[in-house]
Design a protein around this ligand. Structure first.
Ligand SMILES: [Zn+2]
Length: 338
């Protein structure tokens, strides 16, 4: 490997997986090398230790020196404080508060490290690798997974916020009189209705109420309700299960409400979706696209955006972490607020 060649490192820290990638600074797709491990949760430094180990392994496997690294982009599930480099109020990483940036910086003191919210990273990934020219100026990314999160580029600038958590769209209120409590503590968040866990919870409640036929779903899970996840509910809905169809219809309705709010706030040209729920995008996106093409006014006052699923699926946050450093080294105006 050429000793003068420079490289970029990207890291994506989520509730289930930690992904690390290294790539030449030109960021050609064919040069991206990755590693993935399960997110360790033994103590507050498990995650940072694991990231340091994975980076060190990638460096030695590729015969690289630390001084060939232009920067490390850290994308992490939030909320997070970009100034202190810590996660706070987190529901999925094992602890509410976790130091992320500092312990990694101590091991790589001469390499610039930038920490951002994973969905803010993902929208950078869409911007660099995927969005068409006309979509780049006003672009939103939304993950629909265990929870719902977002990242927004408005007039060519990534929105950051005071701590780094602009565009926490999943906690937008979609049902003011809801008795369903979100992980965040509030009631009626979008995430309660249109996330994977939300679909599972609402299905179990509907089964308990007993008003709708769920024979197809129950057969699918061999009468064991503990086996029900969003995946089974969507499959049962495809096969005509009455209860599952109702839950999927509600999921789609609240997706429209949430997307409408997002478009009212950011006036975006395109919204890209990622996250585990997009495995069923063939069921989810067409009715939403039809709504916003034919009759958007019920949900949004602004001109409706194009709606798409990211082709990079679970790698979009990691690609965004790489793009973050690429844009930093170029002094791109997209990061003016960072
Ligand atoms: Zn919430």
């Amino acid at each position: 490997m050429n000793q003068n060649q420079k490289f970029i490192i990207g890291v994506d820290i989520g509730g289930t997986w930690i992904r690390v990638a290294i790539c030449t600074q030109e960021l050609y797709e064919e040069n991206i090398k990755t590693k993935v491990v399960n997110t360790p949760k033994e103590h507050k430094f498990s995650i940072s230790n694991s990231v340091v180990t994975m980076i060190s392994e990638l460096l030695s496997e590729n015969n690289l020196n630390k001084d060939q690294i232009l920067g490390i982009g850290l994308a992490c599930a939030g909320p997070l404080d970009m100034v202190t480099g810590e996660v706070f109020n987190n529901a999925n990483l094992g602890f509410r508060e976790i130091p992320i940036k500092q312990p990694i910086q101590e091991k790589f003191p001469d390499i610039p490290i930038y920490l951002i919210n994973d969905c803010n990273a993902a929208v950078l990934g869409v911007h660099y690798f995927e969005a068409s020219e006309d979509e780049k100026e006003n672009l939103v990314y939304i993950t629909v997974s265990t929870g719902i999160g977002g990242g927004a580029i408005v007039n060519g600038h990534l929105l950051i916020g005071k701590d780094g958590n602009a565009a926490e769209v999943g906690h937008g209120l979609v049902e003011p009189r809801s008795n369903l409590q979100c992980n965040c503590g509030a009631y009626g968040c979008w995430e309660v209705y249109s996330s994977g866990t939300g679909v599972m919870r609402r299905t179990l409640e509907a089964i308990n109420e007993g008003n709708l036929n769920a024979d197809i779903l129950m057969k699918l899970v061999e009468n064991d309700t503990s086996k029900i996840t969003a995946k089974e509910v969507f499959q049962a809905a495809r096969e005509g299960d009455e209860l599952s169809e109702k839950i999927v219809d509600q999921f789609i309705f609240y997706m429209k409400v949430g997307i409408g709010l997002v478009n009212n706030f950011y006036d975006c040209t395109a919204v890209y979706f990622g996250g585990a729920m997009m495995k069923d995008k063939a069921q989810i996106l067409p009715p939403i696209i039809e709504q916003f093409e034919k009759n958007p006014i019920i949900f949004t006052v602004n001109h409706p955006p194009k709606l798409k699923a990211t082709i990079y699926r679970e790698d979009i946050g990691l690609r965004g972490a790489l793009a973050l450093i690429k844009y930093k080294t170029e002094n791109s105006p997209i990061l003016d607020m960072l």
